[in-house]
Design a protein around this ligand. Structure first.
Ligand code: ATP
Length: 324
């Protein structure tokens, strides 16, 4: 049975008449990387602050690492490493000095703190820069040091708010692979908020789409496609040399296959939609039945399509209602 590290039940936050977070229900499991994806102002930071006990929910509960985040905020703080979107350091101190300082604030003793700081700097790939002042650090290096700050206390969960903001593309790729590696090696649960779908897509096991305070859909890519497009994720379009007869005798044969949900044939074209990628099997079928294939195209719905559907018209809610 999966062990939930974050459990949000009906979590709601109003600022006056504005609803920043609206009845959020979500579970994030041990060892998982979960991406909270949404545009600016969607309510991602407010949700995170409630999970950390830094702001009180208007309604609902956030249970984090087994503790109620509002009532037991200090216990939650001990288990969770939080990296805000902008991390500050003491510029006149080196990376190692900054980290030792944070380690002490987290209760590590004089002897163990330095040894641990050196180890954590190695984990995040900053050993070569450990004696450099952080005033000389690039944004990407600062994010790595920010990650070291949260790792030094051996958290069960790390929460990263817009961690890739302002890093160049190569730096983003490196930073995200580092997160994935750490999560896999240390069974670390990660909650990552971002408005960059490509970043989220690269690293997350599951994604929640968050718009105007509401979680519109969540799951892995395949589940999201199903929820958002109302159909399964894989469509294969095959164009043939010969026109198909009406009715097409092979239609019922294909319809009996597992994983196929829909077949459309018209003129020289067959479109097959299913829950798995069956393009190779379809190609074999057509060749074995003496059809001449002109071309084959695969259409699978990715986060790009999902993001466009939810964000292109400005409000995801309207789009959602149309298809729900
Ligand atoms: N302290 C506050 N007082 C009043 N309104 C607030 C406060 N904090 C956030 N809000 C409002 O709540 C909504 C959600 O904001 P939030 O910062 O949680 O969104 P976000 O998804 O993290 O966006 P961003 O990526 O821009 O940080 C916004 O409309 C914001 O203006």
């Amino acid at each position: 049975m999966k062990n939930p590290i974050i459990q949000l039940k009906g979590l709601t936050k109003n600022y006056g008449r504005q609803i920043a977070v609206d009845n959020l229900n979500l579970e994030v499991y041990e060892g998982e990387i979960f991406g909270l994806l949404g545009p600016n102002g969607a309510g991602k930071t407010t949700s995170i602050l409630m999970m950390l006990g830094l702001t009180e929910p208007t309604r609902g509960t956030a249970t984090v690492c087994g503790y109620n985040a509002t009532r037991d905020a200090i216990k939650v703080k001990k288990k969770v490493g939080y990296m805000p979107d902008s991390v500050g350091f003491y510029d006149h101190m080196t990376a190692l000095e900054n980290l030792v300082y944070i380690g002490r604030l987290n209760g590590l003793s004089g002897t163990e703190v330095k040894e641990k700081a050196v180890r954590v700097l190695d984990l995040v790939g900053l050993t070569a820069a450990e004696d450099k002042k952080t005033s000389t650090f690039s944004r990407g290096m600062k994010q790595r040091l920010g990650l070291a700050d949260v790792l030094i206390k051996d958290p069960d969960l790390i929460i990263l708010d817009e961690p890739t903001l302002g890093i160049d593309p190569a730096g983003v790729k490196d930073f995200l692979s580092l997160i994935r590696q750490l999560s896999r090696e240390q069974n670390l649960t990660v909650l990552l908020s971002s408005h960059h779908l490509h970043h989220v897509q690269q690293v997350c096991d599951r994604v929640g789409i968050f718009v105007e305070g509401r979680l519109l859909a969540e799951g892995n890519l395949e589940t999201l496609s199903k929820q958002l497009f109302g159909k399964n994720g894989y469509t294969t379009v095959i164009n043939l040399e010969q026109a198909l007869p009406e009715p097409w005798p092979h239609q019922p044969v294909l319809a009996a296959w597992d994983f196929i949900d829909d077949i459309t044939s018209y003129g020289h074209t067959v479109e097959v939609t299913g829950s798995q990628n069956i393009t190779p099997a379809l190609v074999r079928f057509f060749v074995e039945n003496n059809y001449d294939i002109i071309n084959v195209n695969q259409r699978n719905y990715g986060l790009d399509d999902i993001y466009q559907k939810y964000f292109e018209s400005g409000t995801g809610k309207d789009n959602y209602k149309k298809t729900a």
